[in-house]
Design a protein around this ligand. Structure first.
Ligand code: MG
Length: 255
């Protein structure tokens, strides 16, 4: 026979109010967080699943959530392994939907065929709001400039460590992006990025200096809106992507 269930208090009404909040410690009336079903992690041979409240941007079945630079159909090809592959010289692709502050999960792998070094090896990129690049590069035993290596905030901050796996193996990026805030022309709060590369923290709430530039200083000289598309870069290399999902975070901020 199962033991009798003990029914315990579900909170309190006589505890102190938490400073800066309207709730008591262990407040019985405080709303519970929404219930979701967590996803599963990928392995090299099997693609994981997103959490139930994520917006799925790519699960291997089609590229309908994406468009080419001109707004036409995505020209990158579906390939084995629930993946899509850059079709070189067809251009960057962008999500049809726009996002602001968010959690992003994306996986990618570099080609095993190596025909260049430095920035010519498995180069692509993940651009939040279409403006802020986290570098995709085959950075495994591949010297290049530090602020352009894999998982760099391109042109600004190298990752804390190089956590690359060999070409042909899947990488994961888990990203928290906080959109910048402007008051008219004035920057009030810069964008921030937190990035895990293959499960390893490589940027901790790093303040970004402005939209990504090549061989130039970044700045917030042109204010922009709070949302933008996710952009994946065609840098001429056949990089593959899989299991792309995003969770918008503004709606979830705790009171
Ligand atoms: Mg790039």
């Amino acid at each position: 026979m199962p033991p009798e269930m003990r029914v315990l208090a579900k909170g309190y009404t006589d505890t102190p109010v938490i400073p800066g909040q309207s709730w008591r410690v262990h407040d019985i009336d405080r709303p519970m967080p929404p219930v979701i079903t967590p996803g599963s992690s990928s392995t090299q041979s099997q693609t994981g699943t997103p959490p139930s409240d994520a917006i799925v941007l790519f699960d291997g079945s089609n590229t309908h959530a994406w468009a080419n630079r001109q707004g036409g159909p995505c020209e990158w090809q579906l390939v084995a392994g629930d993946a899509m592959e850059v079709t070189p010289r067809t251009g960057d692709i962008h999500s049809k939907e726009s996002f602001g502050t968010c959690q992003l999960h994306i996986e990618w792998r570099a080609p095993t065929e190596i025909y260049a070094d430095s920035q010519g090896r498995g180069n692509s990129g993940v651009f939040l709001l279409g403006l802020y690049e986290i570098q995709v590069l085959d950075g495994y035993d591949n010297p290049t400039y530090a602020d352009g290596v894999t998982a760099a905030i391109y042109g600004q901050y190298p990752p804390l460590v190089n956590s690359c796996v060999p070409p042909g193996e899947w990488h994961t990026f888990d990203v928290v992006f906080e959109t910048p805030e402007f008051d008219g022309e004035m920057l009030v709060e810069p964008a921030h990025l937190t990035v895990f590369h293959n499960g390893v923290l490589v940027h901790l709430r790093q303040a970004i200096q402005g939209p990504t530039k090549h061989r130039e200083l970044a700045s917030y000289s042109e204010p922009h809106g709070p949302k933008g598309p996710l952009v994946l870069q065609d840098h001429g290399d056949k990089v593959q992507f899989r299991n792309i999902w995003i969770r918008e975070l503004n709606a979830l901020q705790a009171e």
